[in-house]
Ligand binder design. Structure first.
Ligand code: 5AD
Ligand code: FES
Length: 357
């Protein structure tokens, strides 16, 4: 171990200067006592900086149409196996109402990159939801012109989620035959410039990548000073060009990446992402004890769920919103935490004055 001092977590938070790529690689290779120290430090930093409350964000997957062909994703445009669906604006607005009923202070509206929902339609949906009463709204609908992000903000969009997927340009190009890394980053900057709280992140364990790419993705996410950092394991999907890829041999690396993100980003919201449940039993619960402080229960109507399988083994496919609501409460309590009351806006002390780098 060339930098043993990186495992000395007595002094937290870590020094303000970022660790080097090789120091992060060392942390990703932690085993035994060092690994325990990493997880407990992440849990302590989480508790001290973002508290013991878990923020719930109800997610509605309102359309699985997508114009892009990301090579890892089950709803990529070319996948003819998928039965495509779109919810109507009034169905989507109803789902936001359900979110309130379940006691979720935030609704996340997610879809494939589906331009059927143009800026007018999306603004109408945002305004109607806000008219019904207080509810924070997160959009996750992909790359749009900067002007549209500004209009979303003016109509009530509080937050936006869009992963950069990886900061390794060659890998980004290989994974995204019809997308561009610089354009993705310019969209993320435009979202922030529009005054929207920004969530982004990357896939852990991508094919053609190793610990160096992962370490650099962790550092990139950190340099972006994100309000929310959402990352999950890449789960090979047999209906995609990357169907033959494999999971990482050291499956602890998935958790280590999140724990390191917490140490480097004490104030960020970090969700226990759904894909952790696809490869670990109760993976999301465990992640809540290793740095995560957000949980995103699914409120998509049950009939649509089997058609929104970005990756195999996605949890909650046979459940409905009621079951996920009950299950979520049980999970939060099972790990000894409480459910937050407020909307869970950005906790970063520098928000909203910072730039995407
Ligand atoms: N495994 C894990 N996550 C995936 N996503 C898409 N396909 C997969 C997969 N096979 C993630 C992407 C995208 C988010 C909505 O879902 O990171 O940003
Ligand atoms: Fe959906 Fe547990 S959160 S069934």
């Amino acid at each position: 171990m060339s930098h043993p001092s990186i495992f000395d977590f007595e002094e937290l938070p870590l020094a303000p200067e970022l660790p080097s790529t090789s120091q992060v690689i060392d942390m990703l290779q932690a085993q035994g006592e060092e690994l325990k120290a990493l997880y407990s430090a992440a849990d302590r930093v989480r508790s001290r900086f973002v508290g013991d409350e878990v923020h719930l964000r109800g997610i509605v997957e309102f359309s699985n149409y997508c114009r892009l062909n990301c090579n890892y994703c089950g709803i990529r445009a070319c996948n003819r196996q998928v039965h495509r669906y779109r919810m109507t604006p009034s169905q989507i607005i109803d789902m936001a109402f359900r979110a309130r009923v379940y006691g979720y202070p935030t609704v996340v509206l997610q879809s494939g990159e589906d331009l059927h929902y143009n800026v007018e339609t999306m603004c109408h949906i945002l305004e109607e939801i806000k008219r019904d009463g207080p509810l924070a709204i997160t959009l996750s609908i992909g790359e749009r012109p900067a002007e549209e992000y500004r209009r979303f903000r003016a109509s009530g969009c509080d937050r936006y989620l869009m992963r950069f997927e990886t900061a390794n340009r060659e890998l980004f190009a290989y994974l995204h035959p019809d997308d561009d890394y610089d354009y993705r980053m310019s969209c993320l900057q435009a979202i922030r410039d529009a005054g929207i709280q920004l969530g982004s992140g990357f896939l852990i364990g991508l094919p053609r990548s190793g610990m160096e790419t992962l370490a650099n993705d962790i550092l990139h996410a950190t340099r972006m000073k994100l309000d929310m950092i959402g990352c999950g394991p890449f789960v090979p999907n047999p209906d995609t060009p990357l169907g033959d890829a494999r999971l990482l041999e050291d499956t602890e690396v998935y958790y280590k990446a999140i724990a390191i993100l917490r140490l480097l980003n004490p104030y960020a919201h970090i969700p226990a992402t759904t894909a952790f449940d696809a490869i670990f039993k109760d993976g999301r619960n465990l992640l809540l004890t290793r740095g995560a402080n957000v949980f995103m229960p699914n409120i998509t109507p049950r009939d649509f769920r089997p058609d929104y399988q970005l990756y195999p083994n996605k949890p909650c496919i046979d459940e409905d919103g009621d079951q996920c609501a009950l299950c979520t409460r049980g999970r939060v309590h099972a790990v000894g935490r409480k459910i937050a009351d407020g909307p869970g806006h950005s906790l970063r002390p520098d928000w909203p004055d910072r730039n995407v780098t």
